[in-house]
Design a protein around this ligand. Structure first.
Ligand SMILES: [Zn+2]
Length: 459
């Protein structure tokens, strides 16, 4: 291979990338080398091969490894925390990367901020990438830390996902060192214990995990709130009505409490259906923690949102039962945002089920997402402005294997978290995660879940 690679000239690389399309690793390496041809091609391939063999387990979902096998040589020894928090800081090799980040930031390092990578326990990058995005969701982090501070003295409450997450975030924020690596072991164990779906070592979907996590956290808070009310004061009228203030047609399920998870992430969609015979509009509201958008090649987030809210005609086999006409009728349906959330989470539907293949396929489409987003599909046409602060990126060409990393904005700079590693990136680098304008491009790193925060003041 070396002799071969030495003979390859850069101008030939395009045709090689094309020919390599069945060998994504070679093609990707080549594309990377083209972007940064610092080393000789031979050195570059050697280095990539080493990197690839090191990260092999991430890419091959069925390979189960024993923990001991994964330990780097030179043994990162686990140091138990005095507070018995389950997770432990791992001093050792990644500290070098940490200090590199500290050096890169210099005296720009934000006061009181901590940048900690997460150890991977075998295909847990879906979890790590989502946790980093949530950690850098400042209102969420602050409320979780407050919750922990207010509740840790209430005796030994039963461990749940919320306490495990609060514990993890508290550990990060109270680290003496500014950078390093943390093992979110207790949290990951809790996820696996509680949900069979995440128990295997297979590649998991970061979006499904985020959705599961937010719903679970909200449920726990609601239960706690209910329990507190039933034990202390049954006549308490302090509960805040959630969702629509008046009952909605077709009976929306009312949620009794607004937890701080809801306050951060929950928005309300309204689904309007107009009967084409009698013109009656039926509105049905539903709450959401994230919006899942269909995507198109060479499009933008704004156009995907527009399509999401476009009018759809229900006819033929798909007619609508109109209560007024008491029969199936043709109708027009559209979905609009009634209450934009404070934190807007957008899931780009990159994994599409292909009927003809009987499996999911990853869409590498280029979808431009802006740093500042104006929502234009709200009911009252009020512009809601948002600012991007995190992106969960799916790396790889297929849905069943691959890797997740996250990009986060902290204070004024952007960072890339890749399991244990954290590095600074330029804001302009975020553009390289928009997707590929051609199907077999070498770049397989695509923005998958986008996190925006409303600029319209905190709720
Ligand atoms: Zn009708």
């Amino acid at each position: 291979m070396h002799a071969w690679s030495q003979q390859v000239k850069e101008k030939d690389s395009d045709s090689i990338i094309n020919r390599c399309s069945t060998l994504p690793f070679l093609a990707n390496s080549f594309a990377d080398w083209k972007r940064r041809p610092a080393a000789s091609l031979q050195e570059f391939f050697l280095q990539r091969t080493l990197e690839f063999s090191r990260s092999f387990s991430r890419w091959i979902p069925f390979r189960r490894r024993r923990r001991a096998e994964r330990r780097p040589i030179g043994g990162r020894r686990r140091r138990a925390q005095a507070s018995d928090q389950g997770s432990a800081t791992l001093p050792g090799s990644p500290a070098a990367a940490g200090s590199k980040l500290e050096k890169a930031l210099g005296d720009q390092f934000p006061e009181g901020e901590r940048y900690f990578g997460f150890e991977n326990f075998g295909n847990t990058c879906y979890c790590n990438s989502v946790l980093q995005a949530l950690y850098f969701c400042i209102p969420f982090r602050e409320q979780l830390l407050d919750y922990y501070a207010n509740n840790k003295n209430l005796g030994d409450a039963e461990e749940n996902l919320l306490t495990c997450l609060a514990d993890l975030f508290t550990q990060i924020s109270s680290q003496k060192k500014k950078t390093g690596v943390i093992a979110p072991k207790r949290f990951v164990q809790r996820v696996k214990k509680q949900n069979e779906y995440f128990r295997s070592y297979m590649h998991q979907d970061a979006h499904e995990f985020l959705n599961y996590l937010l719903n679970e956290l909200a449920d726990i808070l609601e239960k706690e709130s209910n329990a507190a009310k039933s034990t202390t004061d049954t006549s308490s009228s302090e509960k805040i009505a959630n969702g629509p203030s008046h009952p909605v047609e077709n009976g929306v399920q009312k949620e009794p409490f607004v937890t701080w998870v809801h306050k951060n992430f929950q928005g309300i969609l309204t689904n309007e259906t107009r009967c084409l015979r009698c013109e009656t509009v039926t509105a049905r509201d539903e709450t959401f923690f994230d919006l899942s958008l269909d995507i198109e090649q060479n499009s933008s987030l704004t156009s995907c949102l527009k399509n999401f809210s476009s009018t759809e005609t229900l006819n033929a086999e798909d007619k609508f039962f109109c209560d007024k006409c008491c029969s199936l009728q043709e109708a027009q349906k559209r979905m609009k945002i009634k209450k934009p959330p404070h934190i807007l989470v957008i899931h780009l539907k990159r994994f599409k089920y292909m009927e003809q293949l009987s499996r999911h396929k990853k869409l590498s489409y280029r979808v431009v997402f802006p740093m500042e987003l104006k929502l234009n599909n709200t009911v009252d046409h009020a512009d809601s402005e948002y600012s991007l602060f995190a992106v969960v990126v799916h790396v790889g060409s297929g849905p069943n294997h691959g890797h997740y990393v996250s990009l986060v904005k902290s204070h004024t700079h952007w960072l890339l978290f890749d399991d244990e590693n954290a590095e600074m990136i330029e804001e302009s680098t975020v553009q390289t995660f928009f997707g590929s304008s051609q199907e077999y491009a070498g770049n397989t790193d695509h923005g998958y879940i986008l996190f925006y925060e409303s600029l319209g003041g905190k709720s």
